[in-house]
Design a protein around this ligand. Structure first.
Ligand code: SF4
Length: 110
């Protein structure tokens, strides 16, 4: 039985939670301040997310519309700061993340 089966990853220790918070906050800072990529790469990343079938522990797709044409990877970061980015999504605002150079999918899909 794996961590995924037991949900043990969500009952993470304090150091693990601190790391997750650090990772998520760091990703957010990179999103805000890194330079932009060209439209072709932005579109390519978007297409990967649109086709992403990964789900969170509640079996909801990580790729989700949050409002209007705004999309996020999992529950938006500010609604849940302590998380396992691989299993629950990074919480990033994807419309911004797709355009930024020093960003990436928490599951390595782009
Ligand atoms: S960033 Fe990665 S895990 Fe999140 S929705 Fe896009 S492809 Fe899926």
């Amino acid at each position: 039985m794996t961590d995924r089966d037991t949900g043990a990853a969500l009952k993470a220790s304090s150091p693990r939670k601190a790391w997750n918070l650090f990772y998520s906050a760091g990703s957010l800072i990179f999103n805000l301040f890194s330079p932009s990529v060209d439209e072709k790469l932005t579109r390519s990343r978007r297409e990967i997310c649109e086709g992403c079938a990964l789900t969170d522990p509640e079996d909801r797709r990580l790729y989700r519309k949050i409002k209007g044409e705004a999309y996020a990877c999992g529950v938006p970061f500010f609604k849940k700061m302590l998380r396992d980015p691989k299993r629950e999504g990074c919480g990033c605002y994807l419309n911004l993340k797709w355009k930024k150079r020093f960003t990436g999918c928490p599951n390595g899909l782009w």
